[in-house]
Design a protein around this ligand. Sequence first.
Ligand SMILES: [Zn+2]
Length: 387
Amino acid sequence: MDTDVRGRFFGLRPQNDREVVGHNVILSEAKDLFRNRKERKLQAMKNRKYGKPLGNLLAIKSDFFEHNDKMLEMSARQADALIIQKKREHCKICHAPIEGEPLYKSQRMEYYLCKKCGHLNSAKEDTEDFANRVYLEDTYENNYSEEDRERYENRLNTIYIPKAEFLLEELKKDGLSKEKIRLLDDGAGSGYFVGAMRKLEAEASGIEISGAQVEFANRMNGEKILSQADSVDIPGILKSTEANVLSFIGVFEHIINLDEILEAIKENKNVSYVYLSVPMFSMSCVFEASHQKCYNRHAGGTHTHLFSDESLSFMADRMGFEELASWKFGSDMMDLYRMLCVSLEQNGNAALKDYFAPKFLKMIDELQLTVDKNEFASEIHLILKRK
Ligand SMILES: [Zn+2]
């Protein structure tokens, strides 16, 4: 990530004497920034693990073509909702003013890299009006087949059990055994993570805004593992819960009133650990910016800002927490694979795509591991501990 910031600062070309002075100031500020970042980074990386194999590669298809146009249309509708919002004046995480030139533009939206914390912010703010436009109430049928249940079980086992195991292992190392865990999952969705924690015999429950998802989760798990909570009540719930571990899996990036949520966690001294999974400013952003006819899964849609190691450490600090352990594994190479397949089909090269696809899949885990280890991956799982 530093490479990109460096490129941005050192890429400046002064035009006259006045600008040369400004340029040197920027260089010296940049050096300080890198020094601070390096120190923070070293501290943050004490206990970090990298990579996660994709698993069943045979199940990964290459026919994204039709799907791509539908997803791109959906993303464009979500972009319409963000474009009409007010300009974002301050960084979502550190509140530093957003100024200077954007780092890049993709799918009609400009993105600024915060000079203070490296957080990637869209030029427009994620307001309540934006949320009302893009988050629709899910609807589920009341009749579930055996197949639905199998699919649920399969997703829980392959995706969520590893997330739960990572948390349990790290907490155990830190002296909190499974028996002592009382976990509350916020934004619990369909209850996969709570289900996984309970399957591994830890005490866990969840709250979720969507009543339909709560109903679905409880039905799939055969017991009441989630409760419905309105968004206005969530800060109060977090402030008073007796849980000692809070989890937010793919949630922080969607929270409009993030400051209020962080404050609630800070105030509730029962909470000793916070487990987060958030999207990062990563290689996927570059692939998206260079493939404008391909669906943008990462920046855009409901993702209006993306984290950096520095912004995460800034956020933890604000909450009175610090990093205990982390796990970096991204989907950047899967995004690249998809975009190359779609682009090849778009320009009439389906035969080349079919030749290329299995060759790329053979090396996909290795390539992604390199991205992960170089700290430019699309996702992080992070366990924070109260200081
Ligand atoms: Zn910032």
